[in-house]
Design a protein around this ligand. Structure first.
Ligand code: ATR
Length: 277
């Protein structure tokens, strides 16, 4: 009798000890009764390409990629999906049986699915979206919002040229607003997203004035430590519908897990608890 190979997956980054992905995928593997493993892979810059090319030979069916390698791994892939190319980075690698490496980005998908699950009445077409920040995470959010049909995106970032670059990449539906004016763009917005690291444990507070937030607007923060940020608290008090950022992490993992292990996992309250533990 030949025993089936045990499928392996992991998350490549540096540092990686803080990643919640091992807890998430391990929870799904166990609860779905799949004999596989998912591990953190702390990889040095100089070893990245070697590691990526060696993992499939060791039984890995794929890997997630996080800071600081999300852009770099794209050059190692045989195929880059359209959405990864548009976003300019990959968070998921699939090691195919034919030896080919596929690179995808599921962050934007995770962002939208989180909103759909937690705020089912949210209508992206209802009005402009205001986005704070223009880093890698903002690129995924903007691609996803445009795809969902938002009529206009008001974008503000401390370093303005980064926001202008996004406008050049994503086009006319983006309007760049000065960082000192960021509070003003909230007055029109029916969707508001913080993609900066401000408000995260150990980072400075988000100082953008929030009195312009409109009642009923959908407000979400990509920061999930703390789970309820000051930004979400203020929005809640202003009568906005708020969604925390943990769900984006959970939902971005769904298509990857399905591709690697052949079963589509569900994001439930139990999933959240397992990851927060
Ligand atoms: P990520 O991939 O998570 O988006 P990033 O590319 O480093 O990470 O982007 C971090 C975002 O947080 C950027 O929009 C950054 O603004 P800059 O482009 O001006 O750096 C924003 N950010 C981080 N610290 C900030 C601070 N102290 N004030 C304002 N914005 C800040």
């Amino acid at each position: 009798m030949t025993l089936a190979k045990i499928p392996l997956a992991g998350v490549i980054g540096s540092p990686i000890a803080h990643s919640k992905s091992p807890a998430l995928h391990t929870h799904w593997l166990k609860s779905l009764g799949i004999a596989g493993h998912y591990v953190p892979l702390d990889v040095a810059q100089d070893d990245l390409e070697n590691v990526v090319r060696t993992l499939p030979k060791m039984g890995f069916v794929g890997a997630n990629v996080t800071v600081p390698y999300k852009e770099q791994v794209m050059s190692m892939a045989d195929l880059v999906t359209d959405r990864a190319a548009l976003i300019g980075s990959a968070n998921t690698l699939i090691f195919r049986k034919d030896g080919k490496i596929h690179a995808d980005n599921t962050d934007g998908y995770g962002f939208i699915q989180n909103l759909r699950q937690k705020a089912p009445d949210w209508n992206p077409k209802a009005g402009p979206a205001a986005v704070l920040g223009a880093g890698g995470a903002a690129r995924a959010v903007i691609a996803a919002l445009l795809d969902a049909g938002v009529p206009e995106i008001l974008l503000s970032n401390r370093t303005k040229p980064r926001a202008e670059q996004l406008r050049a990449d994503f086009g006319q539906r983006l309007t760049v607003v000065d960082w000192v004016q960021a509070g003003n763009m909230l007055e029109e917005a029916t969707t508001v997203v913080n993609t900066t690291s401000l408000g995260m444990v150990g980072k400075p507070a988000l100082r953008v004035p929030l009195d312009g937030l409109q009642k009923g607007a959908l407000v979400t923060d990509l920061v999930y430590a703390p789970l309820v940020t000051d930004f979400l608290n203020t929005a809640n008090q202003a009568g906005c519908i708020t969604v925390d950022g943990l769900g984006m992490l959970l939902h971005q993992a769904v298509p990857a897990f399905e591709r690697w292990f052949g079963v589509r996992p569900e994001v439930t309250n139990e999933t959240r608890t397992a990851v927060l533990r």
